[in-house]
Design a binder for this molecule. Sequence first.
Ligand code: ZN
Length: 389
Amino acid sequence: MIQLNNNYKEIANQAKATLKRFSMPLSDMEIFFYMKNYSALCFFYYLNTNKSIIKDSVFYNKKYNNIVNDIQQQINTHKIDNFLHEKQAIQDLFITPFLETMETLATFFESSFYQKNGYKPMSIYPSKNGADISLLCSFFTEQDSQMKELFLETLNNKRIFNYKEKNIIKSDGITLFNYHEGFSDVFIRKKKSTIDFLDTFVHEFGHVWDFYNLRQNFSFEESSMYAAVSDYSEVIPTLNDLKFYKYLIDNNINKDEALLGLANNIYNYSINLYNIILLSQLDDEKYKYAVENFISEEELEMYLKNQNSNFPTNFCLHKNSDIEVNFEENLTYSFGLLLGCYLLEHEEQLPLFLKNRTSYSSISKLENIGISIPEVNKAFVKTINHYFN
Ligand SMILES: [Zn+2]
C-alpha cells in the first residue's frame, strides 16, 4: 500500500523556509512566486490541521500584496485578451471534435454496460501488500523512467500527503510546486483502492514530471510562470490519464473498470470543453462580463438561446445546471483533453511540444511546430471512436 503522509510538519518547514527568503533582496516576480507559494503552504497546512502558521508581517505586508495584486491583474488581463485574440482558432480546434464525438459518448453512457456499472463506486482493485505501488511502478516504468524515479523519490521523502480536507476543494489530488526548491508536494485524498484512486497519482505525477522538466529546461521565471498560469498545464497530466487507462485496457488489467474510468474521465474533461465553446459564442464585451462574474453554465445556455445563437445547447451529457463557468479551469482542461489525445497518437511530437509551449496558448505556434488543428481534431475523434464506438 502507498503510505500517504499524515504529518504536515514538512509543509510548515517549507513555509518557514519560504518566509526566510523575504529577508533577502527580491525581484517583483520572485516576490510574486514566493508569496503564492507561502500562501498555498499556509492554506494547505491550515485546511488539514486547523492550525494557522501565518506570519502577519509577510502575509499582510502592503508592499508585497500590491506587487502580487498588480502582477495577478496583468496575468488575468493577458489571459482574457489572449483568448479573444485566439477565439476563431479555439473554435476551430474545439467545436468540430466536440460535435463529432458527443453522439458516440452519449450512446456509451446510455448503454446497459455503463448504466449497470458506471454510477457505482468502482470495484475494489485487488490490493495485497505493495500491489498498488507495483502497478503504478510498472506503468511509470513503461511510460518514462524519470517519472518512476520522481514518484519513488517523492514517496520516500514523505511528500505525498494525505489530503484530509473535505469541503472546500473538490479535487481528489493537488500538486503544489515549490518555486524556489523546484520540487513538488503532492496531496491525495485517501480513498478505497480503486483504479480511479490510482489514476489520481498518475495524474498528479504528470504535474510533478512536468514541473521538474520545466525547471530543468527553462529559467526560474519562465518555469515558475508556466507552473502558475499556463493554459497547457493540464496537457501532460491528461496525457498520463489516457496512457494509464490505455495501459490497463491493452494489458487486460481490470479492463472493465479501466474503460468506465476512462469514460468518466473524458466526460469530466469534456464539460470544460463545452463551457469554453459556449463562451466562445459570446461577443467580446459579453465574454468579459461572463468571465469576470462567474456565471453558470445554465445562464450561459439561456443567454445564447435567447440570442438565437446557432450553436446547439441541448446535449444530454451536459445537464449539470449548477456548474459555474470557470474560464481558466475550463480552458486548461480543454487543451489538456484535446492535446492529450493528440500526443497519445503522436508521441514523436512530445519533445517538440515540451520545448516550444508557452504560458499563454498560441494555436499558431502549435501549428508552426506541426501540431495542426485538423490533426488534433482527428486524433480526438479517433480516440473516442476507438474506445466507445
Ligand atoms: Zn491536473
